[in-house]
Design a protein around this ligand. Sequence first.
Ligand code: ATP
Length: 363
Amino acid sequence: MSSSSLTVQKLSKRYGEFVALAETDLTVAEGEFLTLLGPSGSGKTTLLSLVAGLARPDGGAVLIGTDEVTYSAPHLRDIGVVFQNYALFPHMTILENIAFPLKMRKVQAEEARRRAQEALEMIRLPHIAQRYPKELSGGQQQRVALARCMVYRPSIILMDEPLGALDKKLREHMQLEIKRIHRELGATIVYVTHDQEEAMTMSDRICLMNSGRIEQLGTPGDLYFRPQTLFVADFLGESNLLPAKVEAIAGDEIALAIGSRAVKARALADGKVSTGDTIHIMIRPQNLSIELAKDGDDDRLGATVTDVMVTGSLTKVYMKASDEELPDLLAAFPTRASGQTFRIGNVVALSWHGTDAVAITGN
Ligand code: ATP
């Protein structure tokens, strides 16, 4: 399979007055695994449908490699599509199901059978060729849907919540399968999910959408550790978001005063902040250290433990900040064999490394 890049330029879609996709620019590199992530209604499926040719845009262009396909019929685009609802033809055997797209493309019967069998080997189910869809588990059917999409070797594969219907264990297994197939085929994949863990583990880059716009585009690490807006910080994983005033700037490091007691802190910034600005800093729970407060701890943020949850490998400590201007806080650390270290009602002092706190200037 040869892969192609995918480009959308100023692509937009309205339903009446409602803007489902604002003018959007996006390039997915050849062989890249890009995930569209975002809350329900943020425009993920709309963008995918425009790329697949299942909906007509109001403006803009879709290019596969350098070929413009904006208004081409879906079957004339070199694109394979796998949706959550992966309906296989119930009256056809699995082999016939997989060979079907080839038959549609007038591939000779013997050759179609051979390639369908090859696709079955690819999804590691060579023994089910003569079964019917109702004789397969949900996960097996999902793999067959993948095989049916791959068999004609599209250079771009679009997947819309392909694992949405599967239970957690099967879902995780299929995530690995899809990644393996991606590695083996080298196809360009655009994948839609609203499961953020799935997006983080599978993607080369994530495109986080919000209200029909791209909120931020970057590697999973970029979005997780360097969110540009509060929306991104809040959407991806758990975070502590503290309002803070910028007191001084030195290179990419800023000095801050947090809350009504102007507790001093440091954070990293990307150059968009000015002295005197009120911004937010984000600290991920695993980067927040806590210890029982001692007398004279006034130079650190204080909090009272409101809940402790041990989730197997992680212990999560929920806290109410002593400063009423600040939101509730969360720290997380590996659970120790020696047992719980904090109790509800403990008064604690918080600290973190300046390089683990990130300034966020956008909403
Ligand atoms: P989900 O995660 O729930 O699938 P999504 O991010 O894929 O959501 P879209 O399906 O792209 O969101 O929908 C974007 C917005 O466009 C939604 O508010 C939706 O209600 C609206 N929309 C989608 N299709 C139509 C349509 N045919 N007519 C009117 N509005 C539509």
